[in-house]
Design a binder for this molecule. Structure first.
Ligand code: ATP
Ligand code: MG
Length: 399
């Protein structure tokens, strides 16, 4: 059979990029109160005073990153007009930085030219922090704001969230030289609960919560984007309300709602349909749900994949839920099988904790009765077949 010729033209989308995650909307609808709160938390910076540290939290897809980008852009524009104020902002996404050490290295490297960057291992942690304080003292700015997005990646190893917000207080960076503020952003409620008391004390001067959107809010957000994304008239009236209802009920996530809308449009385009209909949306729904879990699974680090592989083997033998020690034994076999370097028991515990935070595993605490003490048992939080399917498609893990 011959191929169809490639021809430019699209009968559905005017500009599909407008529905993408990376598209920055001009205005943020339905977030007026949160934006006001956010701006007022940053007011001390504009006044030349010491920043307050901010912890911003809320479920995935509720506008934390996009709101932060907008607020910081605005702060940067406005501060330029103010004498004796020079605010430098450093925004990093901590995804895949699974320890405070890795975050500290990444921050140091933000101040350095390419040929002087630190490697990801090798320096004692104290030295890395010293480098960071030196850069902060040397930088020609009145304020440095660190924005640590997706900070939950560090899990229990949250020392950086203690050191950085307190560096002005404990003499590491005198505030007369540079005033330092931290904005930590997380979509993980377990992480927030697990922050050590000393971190909560230093990081959370101000806590801002972004609640999930309800269906009405999602409808207005989707209408705003759909207007420019679709060719006029192709979107049937019940499509946006249906996407908003599905996402509103399931997650309250604007990202999920936008993905549903894009997928329905994409299916309509694939069908050469003249319009995007409710049935395209019904077809899009299950595709988006599985796709989300799969892409999160794919993006995990190698050691997490091997840990999941070990859990799959235990599942096959009907040995789940399993204790950490049992999982580690199976992990060791898996690491030999894949000829990768075996990580320590502690690293794997850390991985298990991360997998639990991300919802791929669930954990239960068991008490040992009269003997006292307790231990944890893990099992899958999503369908094991889904994990099997993802691992099969990753080169380094031949299932
Ligand atoms: N109020 C809104 N108006 C328009 N678009 C929005 C709004 N809120 C979120 N979005 C869009 O939804 C998507 C997800 O938003 P964002 O990336 O800010 O979520 P998040 O809270 O940072 O999620 P995560 O915790 O997963 O990082 C983005 O494409 C963003 O542009
Ligand atoms: Mg985000």
């Amino acid at each position: 059979m011959g191929l169809e010729p490639f021809t430019p033209g699209d009968s559905i989308f005017e500009n599909e990029d407008i529905l993408r995650d990376s598209h920055q909307p001009e205005t943020l609808l339905e977030r007026e109160d949160e934006l006001r709160e956010y701006q007022s938390s940053l007011q001390p910076v504009i006044n030349g005073a010491r920043p307050r540290n901010i912890f911003l939290y809320g479920q995935t897809g509720v506008g934390k990153t996009v709101a932060t980008d907008m607020v910081i852009d605005r702060l940067q524009t406005d501060q330029k007009k103010i004498d004796n104020l020079d605010v430098h902002s450093i925004n990093i996404i901590c995804k895949n930085l699974t320890s405070s050490y890795q975050v500290a290295v990444k921050l140091v490297n933000q101040f350095r030219p390419k040929d002087q960057r630190l490697p990801s291992t090798g320096y004692p942690p104290d030295t890395v922090y010293e480098f960071l304080w030196d850069h902060l003292k040397e930088i020609d700015a009145t304020h440095v704001l660190f924005i640590l997005d997706e900070i939950d990646a560090v899990g229990k190893d949250d020392n950086i969230l203690y050191e950085l917000p307190r560096c002005n207080d404990n003499g590491n960076v005198p505030p007369e030289i540079t005033k330092v503020g931290v904005i930590g952003i997380s979509n993980n409620f377990t992480f927030r609960e697990q922050l050590s008391a000393r971190v909560t004390d230093s990081l959370c001067d101000e806590e801002i919560h972004f609640p999930p959107y309800d269906s009405d809010q999602l409808r207005s957000i989707l209408h705003q984007r759909a207007e420019r994304a679709f060719i006029s008239g192709v979107l049937e009236d019940d499509v946006v309300p249906l996407a908003a209802a599905i996402a509103g009920q399931e997650s309250g996530s604007a990202r999920q709602a936008l993905k549903l809308l894009f997928k329905a449009g994409d299916l309509a385009r694939g069908d050469n349909a003249k319009a995007v209909t409710e049935s395209h949306m019904r077809e899009a729904e299950p595709l988006i749900k599985e796709g989300k879990i799969k892409s999160e699974l794919q993006s995990l680090p190698a050691q997490s994949h091997i840990t999941l592989y070990a859990l799959l083997r235990l599942h096959e033998k009907d040995n789940l839920p399993a204790k950490t020690g049992e999982i580690y034994d199976e992990y060791e076999k898996a690491a030999s099988h894949f000829q990768t370097q075996k990580k320590t028991d502690r690293t794997i515990r850390n991985r298990l904790n991360q997998l639990n935070l991300k919802g791929f595993l669930t954990v239960d605490e068991k008490n040992m009765g009269s003997r006292g003490g307790s231990y944890y048992v893990y099992q899958f939080g999503v369908r094991p077949e889904l994990i099997q399917n993802v691992l099969e498609n990753i080169d380094r893990v031949e299932v």
